[in-house]
Design a protein around this ligand. Sequence first.
Ligand SMILES: Nc1ncnc2c1ncn2[C@@H]1O[C@H](COP(=O)(O)OP(=O)(O)O)[C@@H](O)[C@H]1O
Ligand SMILES: [Mg+2]
Length: 308
Amino acid sequence: MSAIISINNVAKTYATGFEALKHVNLEIQRGEILALLGPNGAGKTTLINIICGIVKASAGNVVIDGHDNVTAWRAARSLVGLVPQELTTDAFETVWATVSFSRGVFGYSPNPQHIEKTLKALSLWNKKDNKIMTLSGGMKRRVLIAKALSHEPRILFLDEPTAGVDVELRRDMWKLVRGLQETGVTIILTTHYIDEAEEMADRIGVINRGELILVEEKAELMRKLGRKQLTLHLQEKLDSAPAALAGYQLELADSGNDLVYSYDAHTDRNSIATLLHDLAASGIKFKDLQTTQRSLEDIFVSLVKERA
Ligand SMILES: Nc1ncnc2c1ncn2[C@@H]1O[C@H](COP(=O)(O)OP(=O)(O)O)[C@@H](O)[C@H]1O
Ligand SMILES: [Mg+2]
């Protein structure tokens, strides 16, 4: 795969003096789904807005399919669709008008068939004559997606597309994203849901305090970071972890009332079954159990620590 977007030494200091991005370098591969993961305030929206030409970088440059996004902004911009994080829509227009108009803004001639197909894919067809102001939040977000797709962009940016949206929209959106990838569209999304990045992305970039701290194939990242914990609430408390189960490196918690097992959800697939079997053989009984995944927050903490 070759790069469709090159981000070279991009930095951003806002007028307030706040340094939101520090020399970001990133090559986005043609046809991939790249997820940018990071906590609130990390700089995800700033980076996406710089690539899309909405925010001006303080340093560095972005090249989109051979076009510098400042000196050749028109060509660069026409390749890109952006679904922004904030809901911003023209309240008094109809769905059909606003989506059709969006296409025109990019200098493309009208293509009612494409608009129809897009609205149908987003379950907006029966709302096409409704004014935007009459739509629910979820429907407005669907309109933003339709607008971003109105000019058949080769690259689609989705900024926190599923934060606060209903399950149905989330499902529709991922179906759409997969369909677009099959037609060769490159997709970049930001999220702070690790499960979402895990489900959708080919590669994951982690961004924290304005720095891109790593970019990695998803499988590799999840292998490194995807540790889970199984907590067994025991019927009778233990003074020490049972010697017979030393191989599992169990830890006691809650004054010996809980037995905690840390495992890698991707490589230790059968280990829970064998652990439960071995527990039963040792006569250890539990009344309840629960599994937890390390939160993204935990992962960041350990990532940042690893780099210190
Ligand atoms: N227009 C602006 N002026 C000053 N600071 C800003 C502006 N936009 C964003 N910031 C700050 O830059 C940081 C990164 O913001 P943003 O890119 O929106 O992060 P994210 O999308 O990862 O949540 C935040 O601390 C935010 O407050
Ligand atoms: Mg954001």
